[in-house]
Design a protein around this ligand. Structure first.
Ligand SMILES: C[S@@+](CC[C@H](N)C(=O)[O-])C[C@H]1O[C@@H](n2cnc3c(N)ncnc32)[C@H](O)[C@@H]1O
Length: 248
C-alpha cells in the first residue's frame, strides 16, 4: 500500500514512522510512505502555500495551486490513486471505513493547515473528505497518521498476530473484552479464574460475554449495528433486567 502525504510540515512524520510497527512495515516493504513538501510545488520565489482569505476574516487559507499540482502529479503516475482530504467537515472515520478502504492500493493524503484549503481544491482533486472526530486540530498531519495506522493494521504481515485485528474493539461492532497478563494477583485484584483454566470454550464464552457487557455499559449505541447471535441477545436481556433491578 502506498501513501503519498502532502504537507507543509514533512518533519512531523519523522518520529512516528521511525518507531514500532509502522517502521517495521516500511522496512518490510508492506507500506510505502512518501512525504512530500507542498512548498516544493509552490511556483513563486517565496514558495508561498497560504494567503489571506478573500472577504477578510481571521487566519490564512492554503492556496490551491501547490496542492492541486501535487495531487495531479501523483494521479498522473497512478490514475487509481484515491485522494483524501482531512477536514473536520468530512465523513467521520471509523473502523468500518478503514476496513472498506483496504482494497485501495494507493492514497494521496492532503494535510490542511491554518483555516483550511481554498474551496477549489475540494472541487478539483479531492475524492474523499474525512474527519477523525468532532473536534478541531491544528493540522491534517495527525489525522493522516491515524488513517495510515488504522489501514496498515489490515495488511497481512503488519501485526505480529493477524487474529488481533479481528478481535480488537469494533471488529465485529463490539468493544473488546478486558485483557490480563501476569501476575495472577496484583494488589488483591485477581485475574478471573476462567482465564487460568485452560478451557478454551469457556474462555471464548467469557470473553464474548464481557465484550457484550462492556459495549452495553459504555457504548450501547454500537449494539444496534453489531452482529449478534440468539445467545448474545439473551445475555443482553439479562443485563437489561439486572440494570432495571439495580435502578429500583
Ligand atoms: C484549524 S483546521 C481548519 C478548520 C476549518 N477552519 C473548519 O472550521 O472546518 C486546520 C486543518 O486541520 C485538519 N483538521 C483539523 N481537525 C480535523 C479533524 N477533526 N479531522 C480531520 N482533519 C482535521 C484539516 O486538514 C484542516 O484543514
Amino acid at each position: 500500500m502506498i501513501f503519498d502525504v502532502l504537507t507543509i510540515f514533512p518533519g512531523f512524520f519523522t518520529s512516528p514512522l521511525a518507531e514500532s510497527l509502522l517502521k517495521k512495515a516500511i522496512d518490510k516493504g508492506l507500506i510505502q510512505i512518501r512525504v512530500k513538501n507542498l512548498r516544493d510545488y509552490a511556483k513563486d520565489k517565496h514558495r508561498m502555500t497560504d494567503d489571506y482569505p478573500y472577504g477578510g476574516g481571521a487566519g490564512m487559507v492554503m492556496k490551491p495551486e501547490p496542492i492541486i499540482s501535487a495531487v495531479e502529479e501523483v494521479k498522473a503516475e497512478d490514475p487509481d490513486t484515491l485522494s483524501v482530504l482531512f477536514t473536520p467537515q468530512g465523513k467521520r472515520f471509523d473502523q468500518q471505513m478503514a476496513r472498506e478502504m483496504i482494497g485501495q492500493k494507493h492514497f494521496v493524503l492532503i494535510c490542511g493547515r491554518y483555516e483550511g484549503l481554498d474551496e477549489r481544491v475540494h472541487l478539483a482533486v479531492v475524492d474523499r473528505e474525512i474527519s477523525i472526530g468532532d473536534y478541531v486540530l491544528t493540522g491534517g498531519e495527525i489525522p493522516a497518521l491515524v488513517f495510515i495506522d488504522a489501514l496498515s493494521r489490515y495488511i497481512p504481515g503488519f501485526l505480529g498476530c493477524a487474529q488481533s485485528v479481528e478481535e480488537d474493539s469494533f471488529a465485529h461492532g463490539l468493544l473488546e473484552y478486558p485483557q490480563y497478563t501476569r501476575p495472577p494477583v496484583f494488589r488483591e485484584m485477581a485475574v478471573p479464574e476462567v482465564l487460568l483454566s485452560g478451557n478454551h470454550a469457556q474462555i471464548f464464552r467469557w470473553r464474548r460475554r464481557e465484550s457484550l457487557r462492556r459495549t452495553f455499559q459504555r457504548r450501547p449505541d454500537l449494539l444496534d449495528r453489531a452482529q449478534l447471535s440468539d445467545e448474545d441477545r439473551g445475555f443482553l436481556r439479562e443485563l437489561q433486567t439486572q440494570e432495571g433491578m439495580a435502578g429500583g
